[in-house]
Design a protein around this ligand. Structure first.
Ligand SMILES: [Zn+2]
Ligand SMILES: [Zn+2]
Length: 228
């Protein structure tokens, strides 16, 4: 589904258990995929790209907002069919590439699950840093949810992809559940950093897309956190 001109949410791909969002950004002649969902999604993503009249080979980059398996699950399959470059923040790259074991989740159930479900690692082609530009998107480093979590800011479309750092449940903006968070203090600072940006639309890794007054709602969330 096209959200605004040039930004699509690939709905077919989010019908998995973890229900994470997969986005496609059309930057001129280049297509950029933001996150890939759980494993087994590559076919659905390719099908969507073809349905809107593009070719999988036009995908120039697959950007991961962080290394968690509900976002990188299909990155290897998708890279194999598109030949796109995989771009990840430098501080999450070794997890994505399988060079470093994942930090142990705090949640006991999650720890058990993650010991037997492991996403397929993939070589990282582009190491991202704060301020880097990829297509129409500017990288905003937002460590906290994971060491190398990023947001992606599209200044022209006034849209912000927040990964798991912020989500919208249809009513209010929240952070990710604490048990999935690597460093809550850093995450708080990163959310403050995002609240200083001006954007209308927020495109989170989970939940609903916030289509109006997004940065205002993020600021309200930050204020409510200060009071508690
Ligand atoms: Zn996550
Ligand atoms: Zn997630």
């Amino acid at each position: 589904m096209e959200i605004i001109e040039g930004i699509h949410r690939i709905d077919e791909a989010s019908s998995n258990l973890a229900h994470s969002n997969v986005y496609l950004v059309i930057s001129g002649k280049e297509l950029v995929v933001v996150d890939t969902g759980m494993s087994g999604n590559a076919k659905k993503i390719v099908h969507y790209i073809q349905k809107i009249g593009h070719q999988p080979s036009e995908v120039s980059a697959i950007v991961l907002t962080h290394y968690h398996m509900d976002h990188m699950g299909s990155v290897k399959e998708l890279k194999d069919v598109t030949n796109a470059k995989v771009a990840v923040h430098v501080d999450d790259a070794d997890f994505v590439a399988g060079k470093k074991p994942f930090p142990k989740p705090k949640n006991v159930l999650l720890r058990a699950v993650s010991s037997f479900i492991k996403p397929t690692p993939v070589d990282v082609d582009v190491l991202l840093n704060d301020g880097d530009i990829i297509g129409d998107l500017t990288v905003v480093a937002t460590p906290g949810h994971s060491p190398g979590s990023i947001a992606l800011f599209d200044a022209q479309r006034r849209a912000l992809f927040t990964g798991d750092t912020l989500r919208f449940d249809g009513t209010k903006v929240t952070g990710a559940p604490e048990q999935y968070t690597w460093d809550s203090e850093k995450e708080k600072q990163s959310i403050q950093k995002l609240s200083a940006l001006d954007f209308d639309i927020m495109l989170p890794g989970h939940g609903e897309i916030l289509k109006a007054d997004a940065s205002k709602k993020v600021r309200e969330f930050v204020d409510s956190q200060r009071k508690t």
